[in-house]
Design a protein around this ligand. Sequence first.
Ligand code: SAM
Length: 280
Amino acid sequence: MKVYNIEPVKKLGQNFLHDYNIVEKIVLSADIDKDDCVVEVGPGLGVMTSYLAERAHKVVAVEIDRKLIPVLERLKDDHDNIEIVNEDVLKIDINKDIIEKYCSDKKVKVVANLPYYITTPIIMKFLEENVSNLESMTFLVQKEVAERICAKPGGKEYGMLTVAVNYFACPRILFKVSPSVFIPKPNVDSSVIRLDVRKERPFHLKDQDYFFKVLKAAFAQRRKTLANSLANAPYLHVTREDVYKALEEMGKSISIRGEVLSGEEFGTLSNILYDKKIIQ
Ligand code: SAM
């Protein structure tokens, strides 16, 4: 940072890793081999990038901060398998701009110490865009986010993120990471999480967008009953009676809250409501 006169930018979530043991542990957890094309989101100063490049066929590092690009370009002196893409990862088309250009015919693994301010949108983008050949994603995230992703129905951590991620992938928390391994130190604990992308979806959905809308409505007002939450969401186009009937059809009480339903039960509910909705 001194050599390049770089100050971490808080609004870009720049907490750089300076503990090489942790970097190595993350890279080993991602299980990279020479057949893999690794997409690294937010390489920062490139501490993890060179470790990844030693093991992978190719590393495509997507970094938004223009000031970090000269630092990252220097990595190419030692590694001829690194591509630097100076873009906002949320604005690119992952398949078109990354996979087709750099990773065709290779297994794809995503590895990142994620910027905490956009953790969820980044994770959901990779899952929802159906990235070709995507096998796994290994992320360093805020501990609470990791717990939300791996939560079980019924608890307060269980929510839309849990159900959505589990629809696409099998997540597991691997290990905790203390704030002391970052510069600057964040105010929160972190965890490394690995998401193994499912080869097939775990249950059938009549309409994936409608399923996500049902989840959004169900978890938007957690203190309300599920029937009230769904009936109050105009974009679902269903009445309270429709929801009552759907829940009865599923053998559930009409007074349940959303947080007790499993992902598959949300799938069944959204399929029933999709057929009942007023606007087809
Ligand atoms: N990988 C580095 C490390 O472990 O030291 C840096 C991790 S730091 C937590 C997050 C990185 O993501 C920063 O380099 C930041 O500039 C970058 N970043 C933030 N928002 C981004 C975005 N929308 N697209 C791409 N990179 C982004």
